[in-house]
Design a protein around this ligand. Structure first.
Ligand SMILES: [Zn+2]
Length: 444
């Protein structure tokens, strides 16, 4: 089946004014403006109302947190007090509620133009041992590509960590389950729909020994590594006090400085640390909305990119954003970075689109997605400019960011339409909203 997505209103790809030929799961050909395909086609989709982007890729989220958005216990707090307010509520999480939370987060992401999402699940109260299995099942059901991070915490309050004892596991349990889910689900091949990353949560909730053993296990499976790092000044102070070193030095000592490692936030890196990350090929997921909500600070995006570090975007999840809309995140990234660098030219609409696509793909260690080019996976996000907010817009690509696009009209993953006319086919959105809302009441 060969489909011609014909004559888009705008497109982020070189020499593709006439559109794209999708053959199965792959982009087969780009058609120049006014041209026709070299290959015969079976079907045509008229894209004259659509701006076509590579599918957006979200590189940091905690799907379960959709159950505790805008929670009175946590709003208006910074990270450490925000976490200590929420841990006891999250300790109640059940498999059924997690399933609804994942479905909501993935649906929100899909509807915002996202074709691939990374989740970081580090919370394992009793009874929730199959959290990764649930996330994998839900991603498969919706047809979205995913990197599900088997997160972990093994340093609780009794050992000087931040989380309570009820949400952590011991090192052996964590490593045994990590190996189980890697063996079951991790597919490192090109075109892969599901990958598993190992993701000890943060320097104040895991031991350096677990960081080291997770890195060794991930290397055996050719799997990515993920953690929160350099998010707050409190984290810097904790690492200096407990370990006598900065967070990045801790990372280096535990064997994490390699490609296929990506870090959430990366707010408090020095210029010298940015250089180190670039030289090692370690990626950073920039989460501007979460950093703004928790008042964590500004990420050195320009310095990281200049040093060669992969730079992606993430909504973070979903009690510190508190939405899961990746297209909105692009707008926030543009605004926050212009403020940070006090320059309108420092970051453009096309820069933030690049971060959310090619940059995010590099963070996740993927070279088969993130760009519209022959041979790449056919992951696409199509936006209409029909809403009043776009009326009068001249540059259709810049308009997505500057006028505030937040809902895709069509989303294609591996050549299959997963969003049609702004909806997920077969999904009863009202019923999902109802059952998720009911479930969230249990975390009041
Ligand atoms: Zn996070």
């Amino acid at each position: 089946m060969r489909l011609w997505i014909r004559n888009p209103l705008g497109i982020v790809a070189d020499k593709a004014g006439g559109g794209i030929i999708v053959d199965g799961a792959i982009i087969a050909e780009l058609v120049p403006a006014g041209g026709s395909p070299a290959l015969p086609v079976d079907a045509v989709f008229d894209a004259s109302r659509h701006v076509v982007l590579p599918g957006l890729i979200n590189t940091h989220h905690h799907f379960y947190q959709t159950l505790t958005r805008a929670h009175p216990a946590a709003i208006d707090r910074e990270l450490f007090p925000w976490l200590t307010a929420l841990y006891p509520l999250w300790a109640r999480l059940t498999p059924d509620d997690l399933r609804l939370a994942v479905r909501v987060a993935l649906t929100e992401l899909l509807l915002s133009g996202c074709t691939m999402a990374a989740d970081h699940h580090y919370l394992y109260p009793k009874g929730l041992e199959n959290a990764v299995d649930i996330a994998v099942e839900e991603a498969r059901a919706l047809g979205i590509r995913a990197t599900i991070s088997r997160g972990s915490m093994n340093l609780s309050q009794k050992d000087g960590g931040l989380p309570p004892d009820s949400v952590v596991q011991d090192e052996e349990t964590i490593l045994t389950d990590s190996e189980r889910v890697l063996s079951l689900f991790h597919d490192p091949a090109p075109g892969s729909m599901i990958q598993i990353a190992l993701a000890p949560c943060s320097p104040f909730s895991v031991t350096p020994a677990l960081m080291k053993k997770s890195a060794e296990l991930a290397a055996r499976f050719d799997a990515p590594l993920h953690t929160h790092l350099a998010e707050t000044r409190d984290e810097d102070a904790y690492c200096l006090e407990v370990y006598g070193k900065r967070p990045l030095d801790l990372l280096e000592e535990t064997g994490w400085m390699r490609p296929k490692t990506w870090l959430a936030h990366g707010v408090h890196f020095s210029c010298e640390e940015c250089e180190k990350l670039g030289a090692a090929g370690v990626g950073v997921c920039h989460c501007p909305t979460s950093n703004g909500v928790l008042a964590s600070g500004f990420c050195r995006t320009r310095e990281l990119e200049a040093a060669g570090a992969p730079l992606g975007l993430g909504v973070d999840g979903s009690a510190s954003n508190d939405g899961s809309n990746l297209m909105e995140e692009l707008r926030h990234a543009l605004l926050i970075n212009r403020l940070r660098y006090e320059s309108a030219a420092a970051v453009t609409a096309r820069d933030v689109i690049r971060w959310a696509t090619e940059g995010s793909a590099r963070c996740l260690g993927r070279s088969d997605i993130g760009r519209i080019a022959p041979g790449m996976q056919a992951d696409l996000a199509l936006f209409c400019l029909d809403e009043l907010r776009f009326s009068g817009a001249h540059d259709p690509v810049a308009a997505l960011v500057l006028c505030g696009a937040n809902r895709a009209d069509r989303v294609m993953v591996a050549g299959a339409w997963r969003v049609i006319d702004g909806a997920v086919p077969g999904l009863d959105l009202a019923a999902l909203r109802r059952s998720h809302g009911m479930a969230a009441k249990r975390y009041a």
